[in-house]
Design a protein around this ligand. Structure first.
Ligand SMILES: Cc1ncc(C[n+]2csc(CCOP(=O)(O)OP(=O)(O)O)c2C)c(N)n1
Ligand SMILES: [Mg+2]
Length: 325
């Protein structure tokens, strides 16, 4: 299944937006301009871009704590996301969710999630609903390598297989679970063996190679759409920043990071696009456009008002009387 140069170019533009968004988000958190946790996606952009390009607007997506890239890749508005990170009115969740809860139900984005592996159970629940309602959509669950060591993840894999649900599981294997090397806390032969143990066909891909991810995802998504799910994509990658914005990453060898930075997924696409007739001038314009778009998003977020105090009582689970007078 060939993916056109034009489509790869579009995915590349989304990757530039993700990079610019998280460069700002991380810096803003370190400068205490934002509250809460911010987990940067820098270095992993090819996975979200390649997978989401295979999805339709009506397809569902669930994410995890490193969730900004998935939302941008699925088409969420970076300005509404930035407003959310700044806790402002007009944010995708009304400014009440922050980085770890970015969501946009109108685009099928069921949300980032701060509880490791729990987004995967939400994805499987959504897939069960799709099946029960006879709807024509599929679900993609993004999660990290650390999620494979939590019970809910294993229950989700099992349930999806038992009911043959239309889910594509996408593991972004960056080698770390918080500040721990995942391999040092994982029993058995590894992630692929684990998903395959549930009878779920699994494909591995270099997650820093957009072209490879896009081709693998196009094929797997088409199979899930045709009713051959659930399937599993294992994408190897590396995160450039600390686990979260305030983590300086002192537990890892700087040479390890430098080695991975030389394997920048964005620069790899630049080389590929160049070899396929896209000019340096066009690429430079793309880079400027992404930065300008994020700068405009930041300016809008900084200028926007905080939510109205009454908003404290909306969108919360208990719709009864306020807990205090
Ligand atoms: C149930 C649960 N346990 C522990 C944590 C703390 N925690 C946050 S992220 C993380 C590691 C996640 O690693 P991985 O899934 O590989 O994602 P990555 O951060 O590498 O992208 C942990 C242990 C949590 N958020 N939820
Ligand atoms: Mg990880």
């Amino acid at each position: 299944m060939e993916v056109s140069v034009e489509r790869i170019h579009g995915m590349f533009q989304r990757m530039l937006l993700m990079r610019a968004f998280d460069e700002h988000a991380g810096d803003a958190r370190r400068a205490n301009l934002l509250r809460g946790s911010v987990h940067e996606y820098i270095g992993q952009e090819a996975i979200a871009a390649g997978v989401c390009a295979a999805l339709h607007d009506r397809d569902y997506l669930s994410s995890y704590h490193r969730g900004h890239g998935h939302c941008i890749a699925k088409g969420a508005d970076p300005t509404a996301m930035m407003l959310e990170l700044y806790g402002k009115a007009g944010g995708v969740c009304g400014g009440k969710g922050g980085s770890m809860h970015v969501a946009d139900f109108s685009l099928g984005i069921l949300g980032a999630n701060g509880v490791v592996a729990d987004g995967v159970t939400i994805a499987v629940g959504a897939a069960q609903a799709v099946r029960l309602l006879g709807e024509d959509r599929i679900v993609v669950a993004f999660f990290g390598d650390g999620a494979l060591n939590r019970g809910p993840m294993l229950e989700a894999l099992n349930w999806a297989r038992v009911y043959d649900l239309p889910v594509l599981f996408v593991c972004e294997d960056n080698g770390y679970s918080d500040r721990t090397r995942t391999v040092s806390v994982t029993g058995g032969p590894g992630i692929v063996a684990r998903s395959e143990a549930f009878g779920i066909r699994t494909q591995s891909v270099d997650g820093n190679d957009l072209i490879a991810v896009a081709h693998a995802a196009a094929k797997l998504v088409a199979e899930v759409r045709a009713g051959r799910g659930p399937l599993f994509l294992h994408a190897t990658t590396y995160r450039w920043r600390g686990h979260l914005a305030l983590d300086k990453g002192l537990y890892r060898d700087p040479a390890e990071l430098e080695g991975h930075q030389a394997n920048d997924p964005i620069e790899r696409v630049v080389a590929w696009l160049g070899a396929h007739g896209v000019t340096t001038r066009t690429i430079d314009a793309d880079r400027r456009e992404a930065v300008a778009q994020i700068e405009a998003a930041v300016a809008a977020a900084q200028a926007a008002p905080l939510p109205d105090a009454q908003a404290l009582f909306t969108d919360v689970q208990d719709l009864g009387a306020p807990a205090w007078p």
